[in-house]
Design a protein around this ligand. Structure first.
Ligand code: CUA
Length: 203
């Protein structure tokens, strides 16, 4: 069962390379699986019922439909429960991932048409290459010098808007030393698609 789950997950989602990636993936998978089951169920009935109640002869007349309280309650109660599960699960995932640990390594990030600039504690600056320690929480304090950008690292499951005249923060902890792609996911002009960069997590 867990192998099937893992196969579906890795089909839709990139590798999990941060300590909080699974917190984001779990409700996503819940929504994906429940929606798929409901889609298959509803579609199957959509084909089955017209066939079952087809007109069989010229003298065939429909008989009155009686209401079914149990059926009506079920299509109110079950979706309501599902929506509440998604809400509380998603809210908990948000709370668990939004606040950075206090001992996080801080880096200032500046979005610019069209590059990312990273400023570190020790006064160094890098462009389009973010150097961080692996296996340690990293907090990014981000702002933009021009328009809206959005900082996205798929493997870490972090995506956050980067705004002019305001600071926004996001944090992650890379689970291994490697290089991961950074993307801009807020359309910011002709060079938007070249706003690629990478996180280099050092062991
Ligand atoms: Cu910056 Cu799109």
């Amino acid at each position: 069962m867990s192998q099937i789950y893992e196969a579906i997950r890795s089909f839709w989602l990139p590798e999990q390379a941060s300590t909080t990636a699974h917190v984001i993936d779990a409700p996503f998978m819940f929504i994906l699986i429940t929606s798929t089951i409901m889609l298959i169920g509803v579609t199957a009935y959509l084909f089955y019922l017209p066939w079952k109640y087809r007109r069989r002869s010229a003298s065939d007349v429909p008989y009155p439909v009686k209401e079914n309280h149990l059926l009506e309650l079920s299509w109110i109660v079950i979706p309501t429960i599902l929506v509440f599960i998604v809400f509380f699960w998603g809210f908990k995932a948000h709370v668990d991932t939004v606040v950075a640990p206090t001992d996080a390594y801080e880096v200032n990030v500046q979005g610019k048409k069209w590059l990312w600039q990273f400023n570190y504690d020790h006064g160094k600056t890098t462009t389009n290459e973010l150097y961080v320690p692996a296996n340690r929480p990293v907090k990014l304090i981000m702002n933009s010098v021009d328009v809206l950008h959005s900082f996205y690292v798929p493997e870490f499951r972090i995506k956050h808007d980067v705004l002019p005249n305001r600071y926004s923060t996001v944090w992650f902890e890379a689970v291994r030393a490697d290089t991961f792609q950074i993307l801009c996911t807020e359309y910011c002009g002709t060079g938007h698609s070249v706003m690629g960069a990478k996180v280099i997590a050092l062991g």
